[in-house]
Unconditional design. Sequence first.
Lengths: 282, 155
Amino acid sequence: MPLPEFDYMQPRSIGDLMSILSKHGDAKLMAGGTDLLVLMRDRIIRPGLVVDVKKIEELHELSWDERSGITIGAAVTVNELLASEIIREKYRALWDAASELADPTLRNRATLAGNICNASPAADSAPALLVHGADVVVMSARGSRIIPIEEFFKGVKKTALAPGEFVKCINIANPGTARSAYMKWKRTWGEDLALVGVAALVGDSGVVRLAYSSAGPTPILLELRDVFDGVGPLEEKIEKASKNVPGGICPINDVRCAAEYRTHIATVLTKRVLRKLMGVGT
Amino acid sequence: MSRHRISVRINGEVYEREVEARRTLLQFIREDLGMTGTKTACERGDCGLCTVLVDGVPTKSCLMLAAEVDGREVTTIEGLAKDGRLSRIQQAFIDHGAVQCGFCTAAFILTTEALLRRNPDPTEEEVKEALGGLLCRCTGYRQIIDAVLDAAKRK
């Protein structure tokens, strides 16, 4: 089935991009197009103008330094994230998510920015970005601003981006000694949307953050306070922490599985990922 | 609707054409150029049957615009056999019964081609991982995996 009609532009600079977006409020941005073209083919969206960002060199930035952490430009693909030693070492939840996102072929085209801008509740990158407290750097003709990732997802396929705004890059602060991981539950061994996905970040100062995909209309962040304070066996604390999960998520029944199953698996994966990060044998 | 001039090298030959913005790479290959070895199936990026190599990288052509391949190199299944001789991968697929209806075959062979170029001696796990974006309804994948592992051993 053919795509609907549209105009297509490939600006070569951020300046050109901003100028185009200030004139065309209904334009849609395209990086890998792996969500956009599907939505267009289904006639769920019909943008008059599609603006391809891949020729803008600045948006391909993937850089790290001790002070500011990692910067992931809007055109950086998921496979480029997987090839990054720094991401594998310091932002493991994001690396795990990248390895589970879609399939190896699509990962050559799919981008991190596209994954969050599409804002599916199942977005694999979202839980990792939530536990790491990422910042989304957004630009428009009016200037630039930072949207903390906890404020970025507003509803099913809805983001905090205003008309004319685009994501320039995603910054994630240096996590120091904190460790993270992401686990995804699927129906098949191979490629599937998350039935439920759980990311966790454990910091040495006792900070524990959990985040969930496919467990609510938006990806959900749970911060556990006090659960891991004080004395007592770690296994018991993990068990206690997992009791917070059912009250913190709101999954639905859908064609892929039941809400109760999602809640059950979310609890199981929460324990598994915390045991893994806290070094408790299973 | 905007139109775009593209100059693209496909299987070693340069094609200069003008395409509508909405023309996908898949439609361009099959309908504009008549190379129907690449198949149209789900058109959503799930099945992988539209896979071609763009600058050597497996790409689902149903989710790429023809306008994007200006100045690039595309390899389709038609470009693998040299002077009528099948590639080792193609021969291995035949030898292992990895071709049943044949609809997924081109996509699996091209993806395998890219895999063996970057990883000449993959483990079975690596093969399964690399082929993860492709669906076959006939074989159950066993024959395909065996063919890939065997092809890797052939010259």
